[in-house]
Design a protein around this ligand. Structure first.
Ligand code: ADP
Ligand code: ZN
Ligand code: ZN
Length: 743
């Protein structure tokens, strides 16, 4: 037998893979297929690692340098070859830690040191639930413990396993007593991974509009890689095109549909369920580990046809993946902010390419990265310019607010239009991307402003709660009775937020329901769904919302949209600001007049002549994208150059700056002129939670060069740092490839 080592990715912050020897119980190489998990010793701990490769070794080096694996956890790989290849690509392209990447690819249940067989058994494990048909004549007499157990089960409608109940402090005797009384039942069925909705009857299909039919006819066939971009204005019926495309694919083809956030796009999932019933399952991080495991297992076995999921579902294994759809492909939430920092859209394109299957990217306002790929002929572009229903797209009117008194944030013409739409029994949406009552609380005598103690930010004033809150670290403060600096005046709010608009509306429209929809009002999934239900059931009503409400919601009775303050987006130092602002505002504007009523949009601005405002009013995203691409090409910015940030942070500004300077010197030596480096620059909010943040811009016109140089440098640099003394000031750094947030 040729001697060999087993290469393993460990969930530790390191760029390296680690080598181990086989366990004495399984000496043969045939046991160690990449994609299986193992338990290994790491220092004094034990870790679950993932086998990435088997490498030949010299007999002499073996015994000395490497430790044996403690236990082989899986009989068969838990990650298939496609997923291993995807992980490998993420590690290379984003210079991410291999351990983090493979870990992200595993469903939570497989991250523990449990043998694969037992993980699957967990799914089938007996659970205890409240009896569905309780015997009302059952004796009422219950001990305190039994009542506690009933309450516990009430709070866990999915049921609890016996070990879980024991951990929670209940005894088998209590369980048996309640079972005898018929108050609880034992169930064995696996936890469902589907949404709580029962499969609805299949709805009839609408006749496609000519544009929809034309696009559908040109979408790629199964069994070959092709990336098609569907750019359709809001309401053009992109979802219907996806549904038909899936119907045209062979029935054996499983389909992965990636969405930015399931909670914010519930209607997409509902429409898939209405068309395909049980064949559709959801996969997202709000699900329990057991529910995720169930979807993960069924997708691998080919038991589900369509999975709708958020970015982590890019790691699901499928028996026969036949196509991928990425809805709202421009959405920034496809980029993961923690390790591994991948972009799910780009990972999806890579995956489609390696699996030789078609992929569709849909958006009303595609990202510039995607548009450039279309121009270069890598992706095909398919347009839908009109709405699928009879409704005409809403007109966008500019309201020049320079000479209007705007203390309350709402101009007279906008209020007048609000009155008219509400009198017709319709709904209106006011969009303001600022939570709270006012973004600033200040002293009119000495100009003191309330700021966060831990961050370089002003505190947002919340009137209803009479509190100040930091939107960066979430700290809360009491409102001082008088100015802490001059001790003479009381403090005053400055500027507007959703809470103050809500107050204005309540005064202006005392008989109309005003619904505020922002992260504060919709702080949990339940509250969010309750608010959405309320909006659907209330006419007339006014909704005051942040970007939380901008995504795929379809409110048929919404006919008026007011954009309260788009101006901050016009003057940001973020080079992506115009792109992000246009995408967001056009998405918001698209909420008006969805069904059979024509809608209208009013855009209040103090800069009516600003070119972006003009183009937005014309809803000319093509021109906006053209202008932006032109500017980016001249400025040498993405998507024309490949870019990465080295993000650094420390307890004080100086060590942060020095740490980054040292990295910059190291990288510029290493790269020997192949990369362009700028910085370090402090970030827009330099201090967050008492840590200082700064970054270095790294770019190259050659993507391959950027990827390979950075990856090699990260490995060399972290090896060098391992031997060096600890960096002063708690300095830490990380690499962010294709950063979306660069200020
Ligand atoms: P998009 O995702 O492009 O914004 P949707 O797919 O949400 O558009 O469609 C907008 C509305 O038009 C939905 O209410 C949908 O049911 C309806 N719709 C889509 N296609 C058609 C069609 N061919 N005929 C009639 N209604 C349609
Ligand atoms: Zn003062
Ligand atoms: Zn703070």
């Amino acid at each position: 037998m040729t001697p060999f080592r087993i290469q393993i990715a460990l969930p530790i912050p390191s760029f390296s893979l680690y080598d181990y020897l086989p366990t004495p119980t399984h000496p043969g190489a045939e046991h160690y297929t990449p994609g299986k998990r193992v338990l290994v010793p790491v220092g004094t701990r034990r870790c679950v690692g993932l086998i990435t490769a088997i490498v030949p070794a010299e007999p002499a080096e073996l015994e000395l340098a490497y430790k044996p694996i403690l236990r082989l956890l899986d009989d068969a790989p838990v990650l298939d070859a496609h997923i291993l290849s995807l992980c490998h690509w993420i590690v290379d392209y984003y210079s991410s830690f291999p351990g983090d990447t493979y870990q992200a690819a595993l469903p939570p249940a497989y991250r523990e040191a449990l043998e694969g067989r037992c993980v699957q058994d967990k799914l089938r494990e007996e659970r205890l639930i409240l009896s569905q048909s309780p015997d009302n004549n059952a004796p009422k007499l219950r001990s305190q413990g039994q009542q506690g157990l009933l309450d516990h089960l009430q709070a866990n409608p999915q049921g609890c396993t016996l070990p879980a109940l024991r951990t929670a402090g209940f005894t088998r005797a209590q369980v048996n007593a309640l079972a005898l009384k018929g108050l609880v039942e034992r169930v064995h069925a696996p936890l469902a991974g589907t949404s709580s909705q029962s499969p609805s009857s299949r709805t009839s299909q609408p006749e496609l509009s000519p544009e929809q039919a034309a696009v559908l006819a040109r979408l790629p066939p199964a069994n070959a890689f092709h990336c098609a971009v569907v750019q359709g204005v809001t309401g053009s019926g992109k979802t219907e095109v996806y549904l038909r495309w899936i119907q045209h694919l062979p029935t054996s083809a499983q389909v992965l549909v990636l969405v930015p956030e399931i909670a914010l796009t519930p209607q997409l999932a509902q429409r898939f369920e209405a068309r395909f019933g049980d064949a559709v399952v959801l996969y997202h991080s709000n699900q329990t580990p057991a529910a995720r495991l169930s979807v993960w297992t069924r997708a691998r076995k080919g038991q589900v046809r369509i999975v709708i999921g958020t970015r982590s579902s890019i790691f699901l294994g499928f028996k026969t993946l036949g196509a991928i759809i990425v809805d709202e492909e421009h959405d920034g939430s496809f980029k993961q902010q923690d390790n591994p920092r991948y972009h799910a859209r780009d990972a999806a394109v890579y995956r489609a390419w390696t699996e030789n299957i078609p992929i569709v990217l849909g958006s009303a306002t595609p990202s510039l990265e995607t548009l450039l790929n279309c121009r270069k002929g890598r992706y095909s572009l398919h347009r839908m310019r009109s709405r699928a229903t009879q409704a005409k797209p809403p007109a966008i009117h500019i309201l020049d607010t320079r000479h209007m008194g705007l203390e309350t944030g709402l101009s007279t013409p906008l209020l007048t239009r609000l009155h008219q739409h509400l009198a017709n029994g319709k709904q209106a949406l006011l969009f303001l991307n600022k939570r709270g009552y006012a973004p600033v609380l200040y002293c009119p005598s000495c100009a003191w402003m309330a700021t966060c103690r831990q961050c370089d930010t002003r505190l947002t004033y919340y009137q209803a709660a009479n509190a100040l809150r930091c939107h960066h670290c979430d700290s809360r403060y009491d409102v001082p009775a008088i100015c802490p600096a001059c001790k003479t005046s009381t403090l005053k709010p400055l500027g507007i937020g959703t809470e103050s608009i809500e107050e204005t509306l309540a005064r202006e429209f005392p008989d109309v329901r005003v619904i505020r929809f922002d992260r504060d009002a919709a702080s949990t999934q339940t509250k969010l769904e309750r608010l959405l239900d309320e909006i659907r059931a209330t006419q007339p009503c006014i909704i005051i919302g942040t970007q939380l409400l901008a995504k795929g919601h379809d409110f048929p009775h919404l006919t008026l949209v007011g954009i309260v303050d788009p101006d901050p987006g016009l003057f940001s130092s973020d080079f992506r600001a115009s792109e992000k602002t246009s995408q967001l505002l056009l998405q918001v504007a698209g909420r008006a007049g969805r069904a059979h009523h024509t809608g209208e949009v009013f855009l209040q601005t103090r800069f009516p002549d600003h070119p972006l405002i003009q183009l937005l009013a014309q809803q000319d995203y093509d021109r906006i994208a053209d202008n932006e691409l032109h500017m980016r090409e001249h400025a040498g910015l993405p998507p024309y150059t490949a870019m990465a940030l080295i993000r650094g942070e420390a307890r004080l500004a100086a060590p942060c700056e020095q740490g980054l300077q040292a990295l910059m010197t190291s990288l510029s030596h290493f790269a020997a002129g192949q990369l362009t480096l700028h910085g370090p620059f402090p970030t827009a909010v330099a201090r967050k939670k008492n840590r200082f943040h700064a970054h270095i811009w790294v770019s190259s016109s050659n993507r391959k060069q950027l990827t390979s140089v950075l990856h090699a440098w990260c490995i060399a640099e972290s090896a060098r740092q391992r031997g060096a003394p600890r960096a002063p000031g708690g300095f830490r750094w990380l690499l962010d490839v294709d950063p979306l947030d660069t200020i």
